[in-house]
Design a protein around this ligand. Structure first.
Ligand code: NAD
Length: 489
């Protein structure tokens, strides 16, 4: 199979690769604005067929109880992705605009490796625990707690790290025994559709267990939330869409698992190496053009050293020119679309309108007239009430905000509707830990520690989401709990 040649991707429905009933839609290279090819455009009927197939295979096959088959299929998918990794890399760079260096990590190889964790967890998981005999209400009873799959999972994903997010849902949901319909973002259909091809050609997944439905119409994804045959929706995307998913799911009271937006703080305490920490914050905010939900986009620095911090951040960020993602040294590539670029620009304009200034960047790079590029930008002169400090921009933009000590830094960091991630820098471990403990967020980096790994749960407090992805907690999101009481005579 050649992944890049002759690309007109298909849907995977009930074990077959099929065309979309609504025709096709284009997928665009965000670095060049060229049309790469087309993807199958699913209609509501196609989605209905995919849900029906997932429902049937859950209800009528032994998929949910055959752990050995599930583990084998997941390992086969992993192997197929590894075999085709170089083609997948080129696809990811061209469709997502992902810098090449990130494909060795979270943009491709990392999530493929992480499938091992899902298969290993299913293999070693204690599916049932024996609570022994007791006599509740005087009746001698043998009690067991069993864990079993929820049923049909609808997985809805965004475009920024498509492999990471697709696989962080597919892996645990299938390992836990569910069947699934994946609906990827219209901006990155191929990253998902290619999984369908690999599944059909290289794995023993029974028909209907995995269905992949690409569509240009967001409404087709919304059917997953509305359809009574779907037991759970696992959604990653913006907070506003997460609200719509939750509202749509309310009618059938299905479980919703939400990984949403963020506006995370990078807190530098007054005893830290200011220049080094600012430089790290600037580098992080520029990576993949800032299109990461957990990127720390508010830099909180001691007020007495505010100007110095702005200068240090701008020195790093100003040097990270947006570039060709195919080049090995590029850190900041394009953003995904003209719409996103224009949205980021409107945030930059709002910063000036509110009295802020750009310490570097501030708009589209003068030397790039094609591609959806935005210069890494440091915004200074605003406080935490500014629009750029409150809303998720999803671009290479860092807002520097002054704090008046540890308590004030915690207050500002937590003064956000979001609660996804945070960073604390201080050489004093006790102080750093005390601040980290008070941050209302799902992941914390202290002095450069990395929380992203297959066995670490990831997710948000507050309006950053509900539930956890990855780790054991991420696997257990996809399980129901059944308490079984047997009269013991
Ligand atoms: P989005 O919310 O616009 O779209 C996400 C997905 O939802 C897409 O597949 C889209 O087609 C689908 N969708 C849109 N409307 C829908 C509806 N009414 N019902 C069901 N599905 C619908 O997000 P995006 O612009 O693709 O991605 C960027 C956002 O994702 C950012 O806000 C970012 O923070 C967030 N994100 C969060 C995490 C996390 O784990 N917390 C990870 C990555 C991205």
């Amino acid at each position: 199979m050649s992944i890049l040649a002759d690309r007109e991707s298909r849907l995977l429905i009930d074990g077959k690769l099929v065309a979309g009933s609504s025709g096709t839609f284009a997928t665009i290279n965000p670095a060049t604005e060229e049309t790469l090819g087309v993807a199958a455009d699913a209609s509501a009927d196609d989605m209905g067929a995919a849900i029906g197939a997932a429902r049937r295979s859950f209800d009528e096959s032994d998929w949910s109880t055959d752990v050995e088959l599930r583990v084998r299929c997941i390992r086969q998918l992993q192997e197929a992705m590894r075999t085709h990794v170089e083609e997948l890399r080129e696809l990811t760079i061209s469709e997502v605009g992902a810098p090449r260096m990130l494909t060795a990590a979270a943009q491709l190889e990392g999530p493929v490796d992480d499938l091992s964790f899902c298969a290993d967890t299913a293999e070693s998981y204690q599916w049932s625990s024996d609570l022994g005999i007791a006599s509740p209400m005087g009746i001698k009873t043998h009690r067991t707690v069993a864990r079993e799959a929820i049923g049909v999972v609808g997985a809805i994903t965004p475009w920024n790290f498509p492999h990471q997010i697709n696989l962080a849902k597919i892996g645990p949901a299938l390992a836990a025994g569910n069947t699934l319909v994946l609906k990827p973002a219209p901006d990155t259909p191929w990253a998902a559709a290619v999984l369908g091809e690999l599944i059909v050609e290289h794995t023993d997944f029974p028909a209907g267990v995995v269905n992949i439905v690409t569509s240009s119409d967001h409404g087709v994804g919304a059917l997953l939330s509305k359809d009574a045959r779907v037991d759970m929706v696992s959604f990653t995307g913006s907070t506003n869409t997460g609200r719509a998913v939750m509202a749509d799911s309310a009618a059938t009271l299905k479980k919703v698992f939400l990984e949403l937006g963020g506006k995370s703080a990078f807190v530098i305490l007054d005893d830290a190496d200011l220049a080094g920490a600012c430089s790290m914050a600037a580098f992080t905010a520029s990576m993949h053009a800032g299109q990461g939900c957990a990127i720390t986009t508010r830099l909180l620095v001691p007020r007495a050293r505010y100007d110095e911090a702005v200068e240090a951040a701008a020195a790093t960020m100003g040097g990270l020119k947006p570039g060709d993602p195919t080049k090995p040294g590029t850190i900041c590539g394009p953003v995904i679309s003209a719409r996103q670029r224009d949205r980021i620009q409107s945030y930059l304009d709002s910063a000036i309108a509110e009295g802020g200034r750009f310490a570097c960047g501030g708009g589209r790079p003068a030397d790039r007239d094609t591609g959806f590029f935005i210069e890494p930008t440091v915004i200074a002169g605003l406080d935490n009430s500014a629009k750029v400090a409150r809303e998720e921009i999803f671009g290479p933009v860092l807002t520097v905000i002054a704090h008046d000590g540890d308590d004030d830094a915690v207050r500002i960091a937590n003064d956000s509707p979001f609660g996804l991630s945070g960073t604390v820098f201080s050489p004093d471990a006790e102080r750093a830990n005390a601040v980290a403990a008070r941050l209302r967020v799902g992941t914390v980096n202290i002095n450069g520690g990395v929380w992203y790994s297959a066995d670490m749960p990831f997710g948000g407090y507050k309006q950053s989401g509900i539930g956890r992805e990855m780790g054991l907690a991420g696997f257990e999101e996809y399980l129901e709990i059944k308490a079984i009481a047997t009269a013991a005579g």
